[in-house]
Design a protein around this ligand. Structure first.
Ligand code: B12
Ligand code: SF4
Length: 561
């Protein structure tokens, strides 16, 4: 039987000429990027690879974020018939380098290219791969390996660390389930929607199946001796699949136990449910788009935004809002007007990206037809900044530098006006606790109890905000919030006060480590599927060997948020 190596591109990230946001973290690189010591840290693994490995019969090894040395060691130690690499457009240069290494060290291996970097043309990709997967990857790999491709999809247990702040070691993990790929909404800039030709590719057909997948992950966590703090559901717009979501809600009600989920939903999708129903399903963090007034996307049609946000926040749902700047009709004053509206909505977390043209999207075709690409991006473009943090075409009101400066300014301003996301997330959960604790619905009462516990355990995290928050107003805000918590949940114990003070050296270390750029890279995560350890020359000790280029220490247990 052929064997398979599946890998991400190699660390380190953030080298010279590379986009600063192109990393292995979502929060720190894109969302809480301007929040200094308050930034959430959470390395996210490449679940696409875990899904493929779990669902093929061929023995396989998955590498998440190897260094080049670790990658070389893997392909020198063992011959792999197929080496599959996940990459995005911004990491195409890393893929090219890895392909050259494979051709040199393991010339008999066939290279399979996968992930959203495959939106690049055949001309660009063909020299670096023997096969290109531009579809759902499990079916593709099963066909390539000569396996039955009609079998149902199994969900891998592929947890990540709980988000960490102030370098505080975590005790719990977050599990992940993919509900499906692609999105029918077809927004003009959206890579994933057009990658799957606006078709939805379900990994989970029914609400019951999703609920059972959650129970299965919980069981697998217990088997692994790990404690879960919650789940990330990857599904571009979970709530537009209303029948499935309602069935899931019915299962949660039947199960009678409050869940903790992070997910994605458009205004249109969310508007089909009441805030209570969304809270009952268990959503603690919801990612939804604001994009921009005047953008006109269908997905934004639904409930009035202030009412939607208010309803969700009052049930303890922390909202992550994504905003786009640089639409052709926007000048600085329109962007600032949108920014004002955003801060009034008061999300807990925000992502501000530049209107951006990925190959394969209608927007990309338009930019090409109108010859709007800047000269540097017409021929042999440097893809390293295809990341939503730079502008590559002409704009009636902004030069690339002006828009990129404005993006930086808005991230910073958001932090100053709204305060640290950490405080805002805890605030949403505190409001959820207060509003739901006397609910007649037992599931919501259970949710309130869970949120009260979260708030209590997060109290030490407020301490640095009181002392080192972005400005006097935010520091005062954090202080008042702590007093409010004490009034509602009782005064801090001596132990809790000690924990509060302990955050000071943790904060100092976090600041220093980032300044010195040490311990900022992910570490290798290596997983074997269906391979007897004895077949490998590598031992598990070697697998766990820390890399030498300054990785983050291994995540521990316990969530501070
Ligand atoms: C989670 C996530 C991350 C995580 C994990 C990265 C990862 N590669 O999975 C983190 C936070 C690290 C991340 C970072 C970035 N991301 Co990201 N990320 C996502 C997100 C939200 C979900 C991906 C996911 O887990 N899906 C679930 C799994 C099961 O599906 P999948 O990944 O699609 O994999 C399936 C197929 O694509 C295929 N497949 C995937 N890999 C391979 C490999 C082989 C060999 C084969 C055969 C098949 C195959 O098979 C899988 C099973 O069907 C997507 C958006 C989305 N909804 O898909 C963006 C997305 C992939 N990210 C994107 C970008 C741009 C980035 C960043 C550059 C961020 C930035 N702005 O700077 C960095 C780059 C990171 C890096 N190290 O290179 C873009 C890519 C666009 C493009 N064409 O380049 C996307 C599509 C978001 C978007 N809409 O713009 N990201
Ligand atoms: S709703 Fe989101 S995922 Fe769907 S097409 Fe629009 S941007 Fe893409």
């Amino acid at each position: 039987m052929p064997n398979l190596l599946l890998t991400t591109v190699c660390r380190p990230f953030g080298g010279k000429g590379e986009g600063a946001s192109v990393a292995a973290e979502l929060f720190h690189a894109q969302v809480t990027r301007s929040q200094g010591i308050f930034s959430y840290r959470q390395v996210i693994r490449c679940w696409g690879l875990d899904y493929i490995a779990e669902n093929v019969n061929a023995p396989s090894v998955v590498l998440h974020y190897p260094s080049e040395r670790e990658f070389l060691r893997e392909i020198k130690t063992r011959f792999y018939d197929y080496i599959g690499i996940n990459f995005v457009v911004a990491s195409f240069h890393k893929l090219r380098r890895m392909a050259a290494l494979i051709r040199k060290v393991s010339p008999g291996s066939k290279i399979v290219l996968g992930g959203y970097g495959t939106v690049l043309s055949d001309d660009e990709l063909a020299p670096f791969g023997d096969f290109i997967c531009r579809e759902e990857g499990i079916g593709f790999m099963r066909r390539l390996l000569g396996e039955n491709h009609d079998r149902p999809i199994r969900h891998p247990y592929a947890p990540i660390e709980s988000p960490r702040v102030f370098s505080y070691p975590m005790k719990t993990k977050v599990a992940h389930i993919t509900g499906g790929l692609g999105c029918p909404n077809g927004c003009d800039f959206c890579c994933t929607s057009h990658f799957f030709k606006r078709k939805y590719v379900p990994f989970v057909q029914t609400g019951r199946e999703l609920y059972e997948a959650i129970l299965l992950m919980e069981q697998k966590a217990r088997d692994a001796g790990e404690e879960l703090s919650g789940f990330i559901i990857i599904d571009e717009d979970f709530f537009i699949h209303a029948k499935r979501a309602r069935e899931f809600l019915a299962c949660v009600r039947e199960g009678g136990r409050p869940l903790s989920l992070m997910g994605f939903g458009s205004v249109r999708g969310l508007s089909q449910f009441t805030a209570d129903e969304i809270a009952e399903m268990g959503f603690d963090i919801l990612w939804t788009a604001f994009e921009g007034t005047g953008s006109g996307y269908e997905k934004l049609k639904g409930q009035d935004l202030p009412a939607l946000y208010q309803g969700l926040k009052s049930r303890g749902v922390a909202i992550l809002t994504s905003v786009i700047i640089g639409f052709p009709f926007q000048d600085r004053s329109r962007v600032l007007e949108d920014f004002r509206k955003l801060t009034e909505l008061g999300p807990a977390l925000w992502q501000i990206l530049i209107y951006f043209a990925f190959p394969g999207t209608p927007f990309h075709r338009r930019v090409l037809t109108e010859s709007r690409y800047l000269p540097a991006y017409r021929k042999n473009p440097d893809y390293r900044t295809f990341d939503g943090f730079s502008m590559h075409f002409t704009h009636p009101h902004f030069s690339p530098k002006e828009l990129e400066d404005l993006q930086r300014e808005l991230y910073r301003k958001c932090f100053e006006v709204l305060g640290p996301s950490l405080v805002r997330v805890v605030r949403a959960w505190f409001d959820g606790y207060r509003n739901l604790k006397d609910s007649s619905n037992p599931l919501l009462r259970g949710r309130a109890e869970r949120m009260g516990g979260y708030v209590r355990s997060a109290v030490p995290g407020l301490f640095p905000a009181i002392h080192f928050g972005p400005n006097a107003e935010q520091r005062q805000e954090a202080r008042k919030f702590l007093e409010e918590i004490e009034r509602e949940l009782g005064p801090l114990s001596l132990k809790e006060r000690l924990y509060c003070w302990a955050t000071v050296p943790f904060s100092a270390w976090t600041w220093l480590a980032e300044r010195l750029n040490i311990f900022q890279q992910p570490r290798l995560l290596r997983i074997e599927h269906g391979i007897k350890a004895t077949l490998l020359n590598l031992t598990m000790e070697e697998t766990k060997e820390p890399a030498k280029d300054g990785m983050l220490p291994a995540p521990q247990r316990g969530s501070i948020i």
